[in-house]
Write a protein that binds this ligand. Sequence first.
Ligand SMILES: CSCC[C@H](NC=O)C(=O)O
Ligand SMILES: [Zn+2]
Ligand SMILES: [Zn+2]
Length: 421
Amino acid sequence: KDPSTILSRFQQYLQINTAQPHPNYYEAAEFIISQAKLLSLESQTLEFVKGKPLILLKWPGKDPTLPSILLNSHTDVVPSEHHKWTHPPFSAHLDSTTGNIFARGSQDMKCVGLQYLEAIRKLKSYGFRPLRTLYLSFLPDEEIGGNDGARKFVDSDVLAKMNVGIVLDEGLASPTHNYRAFYGERSPWWLVVKAVGAPGHGAKLYDNTAMENLLKSVEIIRRFRAAQFDLVKAGQKAEGEVISVNMVFLKAGTPSPSGFVMNLQPSEAQAGFDIRVPPTADQASLERLIADEWAPASRNMTFEFKQKVSVNDKLGRPAVTAVDSSNIWWALFEEAIIKANARLGKPEIFPASTDARYFRERGLPAIGFSPMANTPILLHDHNEFLNKDEYLKGIDVYESIIKTYASYIQYQRDDASREEL
Ligand SMILES: CSCC[C@H](NC=O)C(=O)O
Ligand SMILES: [Zn+2]
Ligand SMILES: [Zn+2]
């Protein structure tokens, strides 16, 4: 029950350098498997892609025929600019006055992966036995899109045989005392817009240059961006409910040994945009907008998607998890949070992407949740940290969630039976 050993296990996991693009996956795997052994959990290493192990842990339930619970996390982290951190990103330095633990992955999302394990440790310490089977998955490559991780996992027989009823995955820190929960996420559309035009002398004014053609698109896209952003600023829509568009690169000009040729108007220019589309957005009309106004052939423009994730699931419905009485897992989740003396804000759409989308795409309910209240949102930022007390509180919250989920006896329920819970 000594928090210092709990914290030192967290620090140990944080100290493993699993930064993209060269994550030390095997060291992380070894650590997780050793922890699983101490907890007498079954463990399995799946290597769908060589060099990218996925660790699957199992705590068998008393009734293995019931749908199981999957607690998911990813083991990789994003790179850091080491010299811009006050404490090195893999030191897991614990500040003795504030209790903040500094490390890349302290919020995103090594905290969650280990909190699951610590919650299980507590439950086992007083002899709790789950009715439903509990699985823990530690996935590679979330930060680079999950093609060699989550995608392979959800396509596998392994997942099919697990009979999963509910998935928990990552959320975001909350600066207030309310936790945040996510029932869907925006789809990434990574768009490259290309313009061509007549080259010519830098001193000449003429129409249809590549630069002018591209800049017209940039202006139109920026107006769209401003209108969406205004909805957020006015409080009419949440961040995850609008289409965001950010220009992420500009590429044009004729290189010269001293930089760029200054008196030549280039014949090609391109710009890249990271677009995020809410699950409820009209995908077809956005596609038309891009083709007709953002990159119209009439202006010598073409476009290409580097990434284009559908907003719908495999059955063509918006890929969201129900957060009303139709979803017992949501009701139980809310109940478990209250039992843990914690509070939850209104469920939200995650503004970026997580592995949860792969599960939702297949019609599995998935809730994005990282128990970090009173915490600035520092994922992917310098000096990412999590306070030790928030970390410890999160363990209690997962203890409550696991207990509630794993004890839930499913019966033919209708809305009346819900009242009995
Ligand atoms: C298209 S996969 C990219 C996944 C990444 N996830 C976390 O930041 C993101 O950019 O949202
Ligand atoms: Zn993450
Ligand atoms: Zn991330």
